[in-house]
Design a protein around this ligand. Structure first.
Ligand code: PMP
Length: 470
């Protein structure tokens, strides 16, 4: 397999062949390959007649066969897991050089990394990631190992103190609402629920969250204080926000003066193909429109080096960074600069990080290729599922027949295959159509991914047959 190619089948991601297949989340189909495509196509040899086009007798036969296949599957006593987007051990091995680093006690500016100080993090590391994330070094904070912690801190600061442009702390508002592009990242939603922030689901389109709907909601309602966006290879849809959408998000008029976009760029560098898309530049768009404090950006090395010992990043306007550090300084005297320095020494420069990510791609892309292959072969043309073919990130998002996602997940569980709970990619854990299932293929070995996907498809076939055959 050539380095960096899509996967074991050397397949390059292609739009679905038929233009008559609508993208599930709307939006015009373009020739761009920046976006994941929702597909329900399989290899030509595996094309099957859609279940809805079959006679009652054919459908009954299909259902019988699907039941027998499921019974055989359940008898195998499998124990497989496609739930969480974690790096596989071989991916963690790529960063084992960290074990012998840093080789010095001081960074290039002469800072003794063993001591207190440097709240914003070590400049050597910040400058590498500033280049990669497209922000000035002075506006990037390097922190502990989790960006999710930074998100919780920012929400806490907003809640207790208010943001740089707030009239009062959010906790003193009568109501705070947040827009949540859905399906989205379950932990974003859990965090909001914990604060008692009301979540308003907005659909994803093929170029980011539905900005028409968002513009309307934020213009009218001052209780809409913010929104989540995962701009690059979103969890779970793989969507990449276009610059056009980012420009509108940065420039739109909002009824709340302190409307805040939490721009979680967790997968900025996690390309599955050699088409390494650049993240949209929201901060510049918002700054140019006079809303520089609207944006708080997050990223981390959780899936670059080690999820348990990486580095989280926060970025924003100079004012936002000062606001964040002011609050951080009440409870911290400095971050783990030793970890910052060993990361800086491991990568050397921004190109070092890119080269490192290409090695991740070589490990991860074959797993995604197998997910796509098995879905195509087992479900292609049946008209019972659509799935994304992402160009980066950690997930494949599958939509099964409405009303069958929880049944598929229950069937899989009984057959020993753990899937993310139904509805978890939606606010309050409620998928209105009970249709979406998030698959995370990075952690299991390649043979386990194939085995789990075969089992998954057996469950989808049975759940669809049950539904359609009554
Ligand atoms: N954001 C998104 C969108 C994620 O998918 C994840 C991990 N699943 C995180 C943040 C967690 O990031 P960290 O490890 O830096 O806390």
């Amino acid at each position: 397999m050539p380095s960096g190619s899509w996967g074991v089948t050397a397949r390059t991601p292609q739009p679905c062949p038929s233009d008559t297949k609508a993208l599930l989340y709307g939006g015009a189909r373009t020739k761009s390959n920046r976006h994941p495509w929702r597909c329900d196509d399989g290899p030509v040899t595996a094309q099957q007649t859609a279940l809805t086009d079959r006679s009652p007798a054919d459908l009954a036969a299909f259902a019988e066969e699907a039941r027998a296949a499921y019974d055989a599957l359940a008898a195998q006593g499998l124990s497989l897991d496609l739930t969480r987007g974690k790096p596989a051990p071989e991916q963690l091995d790529l960063a084992d050089g960290l074990m012998g680093l840093p080789t010095t006690t001081h960074d290039s500016a002469g800072t003794d990394v063993r001591n207190y100080g440097g709240l914003a993090g070590l400049a050597d590391l910040r400058s590498i990631f500033a280049e990669l994330l497209g922000v000035p070094t002075a506006q990037l904070v390097a922190s502990g190992n989790s960006s999710l912690v930074l998100m919780r801190e920012v929400l806490t600061d907003l809640w207790i103190k208010g943001g740089p442009t707030s009239e009062r702390p959010w906790g003193r508002e009568e109501k705070v609402r947040f827009l949540c592009p859905s399906p989205g990242y379950d932990r974003h939603f859990t965090l909001l629920e914990w604060f008692g922030i009301e979540m308003v689901a907005v659909p994803q389109t093929d170029e980011g969250p539905d900005v028409d709907a968002i513009e309307r909601l934020v213009a009218e309602d001052p209780t809409v204080k913010g929104m989540w966006v995962v701009p690059t290879y979103a969890n779970p849809t793989g969507t990449v926000v276009s610059q056009r959408v980012a420009d509108r998000l940065g420039g739109m008029a909002t009824a709340a003066p302190d409307f805040t976009i939490l721009w979680d760029n967790a997968y900025a560098l996690h390309h599955l193909t050699e088409d390494e898309v650049a993240s949209a530049d929201l901060l510049s768009a918002a700054t140019a429109a006079g809303h520089a404090e609207r944006v708080v950006m997050f990223a981390s090395t959780s899936k670059i080096s080690w999820a348990g010992a990486g580095v989280g990043f926060l970025a924003g306007s100079p004012t936002t960074v000062e606001w964040y550090l002011h609050h951080l300084g009440k409870g911290a005297i400095g971050p783990d600069k030793v970890n910052h320095l060993r990361h800086a020494q491991l990568f050397g420069d921004a190109q070092g990080v890119r080269d490192h990510m290409a090695k991740h791609r070589d490990l991860v892309a074959p797993k995604f290729a197998e997910v796509d292959r098995v879905l195509g072969e087992r479900l292609g043309g049946l008209g019972v599922a659509e799935w994304t073919r992402p160009l980066g990130g950690y997930f494949v998002s599958v939509d099964v027949l409405p009303g069958t996602a929880s049944r598929v997940i229950a069937l899989a569980k009984d057959a020993g295959v753990a899937l993310t709970p139904a509805g978890s990619a939606f606010p309050y854990g409620q998928d209105p159509d009970d249709t979406n299932i998030r698959l995370a293929p990075t952690f299991p070995s390649l043979p386990s991914v194939v085995e789990a996907m075969e089992a998954f498809c057996t469950c989808v076939r049975l759940a669809a047959a049950e539904k359609l055959a009554g």
